[in-house]
Design a protein around this ligand. Sequence first.
Ligand SMILES: [Zn+2]
Ligand SMILES: [Zn+2]
Length: 281
Amino acid sequence: MEINFQGAKTIGPVFNYEMNAALWRRRFIQTLRIYPVVMLVLLATGYGLGAFRADADSLIPRSVIMAVSYFIIGVVPILAIIGFIVIARANDAEYKKAKEQQGKFIYDDAFTIPSEEMHGYKLAMLTRRPPMLTGLTGDPYTADSSAVCTDNPEHIPPVVNCECGFYAYRLRADAQFELSINPGAFMLDVDLYGIGFIYDRGFRAETQVAHHLTVPGRCMRCKILTPRVFVPVFHLGPTNYTWWQWETRCSFCSSTFKEADKLTFPQMAEELKITVGPRRP
Ligand SMILES: [Zn+2]
Ligand SMILES: [Zn+2]
């Protein structure tokens, strides 16, 4: 189970197409939000001008207000539903197109495998005792390992039309963004080897060697002081997600832990067989 799907959702052209569709959906929903406001303003205006009074001397005929109300209550929601259907269809079409485009990034011919060095960045958690590098999907792996496909035992990752293989971002900035939305994770510097698929934003390959784990600048609990040690925190959850997860903490936030439970950075490096410390230049 040494497989990791992290990053798969933001690779290459798929990312861009999804961005487009998402943008349109967002704009449409933003426009729809003013619908109740428009309705209230119209009703208030109608009321103010006397359209709801029974007597005949109102400024706007009652029939006009009724027609406008029917339009707003009956027709606008139908237009909105049609709008959502159109956007959803555009979404599907773009997704299909993106899938087809994705195929073009794949090297089917073994003689044109990329010669580019696949050095990249990715996120990992530290789980279990003793600690192990763990993908965001929960699958543990060692610093030097080959991917295994969990869907099809016949696969030697990476395989066309399958998600198997080790993933990494090409740019540190992309991994950094992922890190900002996965606060329990650490950033790894990795090299990928073997047959590799190269995407716009990263790589997918058979073998991965992790070199360095970057310790965040601040304690993962108080977010203020400088971290000094790793401590194991028990995470309770659905069966697969119940585990010991290691965090870097300052001296204060780690003071309740037994000395035997704490790991210094060199000790963690020893356990994981990679370097552990501040961001590597
Ligand atoms: Zn596979
Ligand atoms: Zn702290």
